[in-house]
Each structure stands twice: as structure tokens, then as C-alpha cells.
Design a protein around this ligand. Sequence first.
Ligand SMILES: [Zn+2]
Length: 367
Amino acid sequence: MNYLCDKCNKTYEISPLRYKCDCGNALTLAKESHICPNPQVPAAMSLWRYREALPIEVDTDIVTLGEGMTPLVPLDVNAPEHFVKLDYLCPTGSYKDRGASVLLTHLKALGVEAVVEDSSGNAGAAIAAYSARAGIHCTIYCPESTSQGKLRQISAYGAELKLVPGNRMATTEAVKRAAETTCYASHNWHPFFLEGTKTLAYEIVEQLGWRAPTHVICPVGFGSIYLGLFIGFQELQTQGIIVNTPRLLGVQPDVCCPIYNAYVNKTASITRMAQTGKTLAEGTTAELPIRGQMILDGIATTDGAFTTVDNTDIKIGLEILSAKGIYVEPTSAVVVKGYQKFQETGIISTGDLVVSILTGIGLKASF
Ligand SMILES: [Zn+2]
């Protein structure tokens, strides 16, 4: 197993300090084809039930809090063709625990003793929690403006907090300097993080009785769910477990939607879009996603589509979900109006089996 750069085809040995290619591109994993998840074998009720499909070589020391195997339920009991995946029920309150579990297991096996990460939200909490579980010292760089509730959760796990004055970019620059000497457990750069989020695809297929939905909808910022779904469904298809990959549908906030722009304008690459205003979906404001080319591949390969929502759409989404007993953060609620918009444009038709991913819990959101 090696790191591979899709852009310049360079490969690297896996090491704690390497998180991107010398050319600046994000890395993927060059690895052997996986053994399929076997429904006949009694397995853990966590994402580690797909142990054989995860690129972890040593079986001891798996860093887990029981993440994954989250409920898949119809949004409306009278409309069983639209399911929601309640992934906000992971241990720290977001789907990011999937990536953190696999990433910290890998880093622990490498003998890493300290990590750094930059985040203003759920990823920081997930990396802090799983570092605590792994006995790895963790430092999280956050913008000074980060809400108190989120900082409290990160520091409760024993992580060291570094508050950086200025905007999000200043925090990124600060962590990059730290990453020269300490392992960067980045949820955006590190390919092992996507190996955790890909288990969403496995679970959806298993929970639907080993069949694929026709469409999956998720919020997209840097795209760690979208790409995890893309990897997971492609592996299931390659192994003959499903016939067709679902169409992967992404929803972005209208004030920061570089992928949507590339999709509607049919451009060959994604151009940076400076955020034009405030959005309630603060977890998805990525002006230029790191793995832009891979996201465009996902759209092309799965006949995917993108749409945008504004703050009114998000509030309506939250109301609809709450009325069904589902309490999520605003970033998650984008999928509700996203579903309606994909119906209106004919991308989703009557009778299609759709799964929407609900990513983060409402309890720690401040709005
Ligand atoms: Zn490269």
C-alpha cells in the first residue's frame, strides 16, 4: 500500500508527516482490491464490521467508540421511498467519527504520538475524541471566532487548543507550519479519512437488504461524504455486490458553491468562489475543495448532480425534520429542500429510492 498522486502519478511510502504530494495535490491510496463485506459472518455493530474492507494491516489496537451502523429510516412513514441516514448519532455527534476512527487507528499503528488538526467544528471534536481514545496527544487549531460550545467539546476531550487570530485562512497557515514537524491528522487532506466515510455506502446497501438506492443526497463542502460514498459504492460495484452505483447528488449553500458552479457550467475544473455572504450551513463553506477533480469524476461517473439552497430553504428543512422527530444542525438540513429541488428538475422521479445523509446533531449548533 502506498500514497498515489492522481495528478502527477508520483507514489510515496506511507509516513506520518506526508499528507500531500510535492506538487501540492491531495493524495489517494494505491492498494489491493478489497475483500467484500460478508453478511454471513457475525460482525461488530460499528463500521468495523467491514474490517476486511478497511486498509488497516494490524488487527490489534483498533481505535473505536462504536461509530457507524446508524439508523436508516423513512423521513415520512407514509412515503417509504425517501430514507434518511441518521449519521448525527455517531459518538461525537457527527459523521466525522467514521473518518477519525480509521485515521487514528492507522496513525496509532504507525506509532504516531502527537497530531495536529485545524477545524472550527465537528472534525476538531472527532479528531480530539479519537486521539484521546488512542492515547495520542492532539492539538486543534481554531479561528479565534469559533463558538464556545464547540471549543468546550474539543477541550473536554483533552486536546490542546490553539486559537488563531484572523480568518479561517490564518488558521490553515498556522497548522501548516505545525505540520512540518508533527503529523497532520487532516480530515480534508488525509486519504485514510475517506476510507472511514466510505463505510456509509456499505451500511446503506446492507440496511436496504444488499441493494443500492437510486440516489444518495448529501451536503458538500470539501466533499468528504460525497467522495466517501463515491469510493464505497464503486467498491461495492467492482465486487459485484450492487449492479449500478447510485446517482450522487450534492447540495451546497448558495453563498459558497464552487462545485455547483462547475457542474452547471460544465467546466473541466473547479474555480475558487469567495464566499459572498453568511450561511446557516457553515459546515459546508469551502471556497476551493482540495479534491476538486475527484468530485468532478464522481459527478461524471455516477451521473450525479448538484443544487444550492439559501437560508430560507435551510430553515424550512430544519422545520420539516424537527416535525418528524429529527434534530440536526443547519448544515445537515440542506438535504430536505435539496431533495425537493432535484424532484422539480426531474433528476429524482416518482418511485426512485433515495437516501439523504444527516451529518451533524442539532444539540451543539448555535444559531
Ligand atoms: Zn503530484
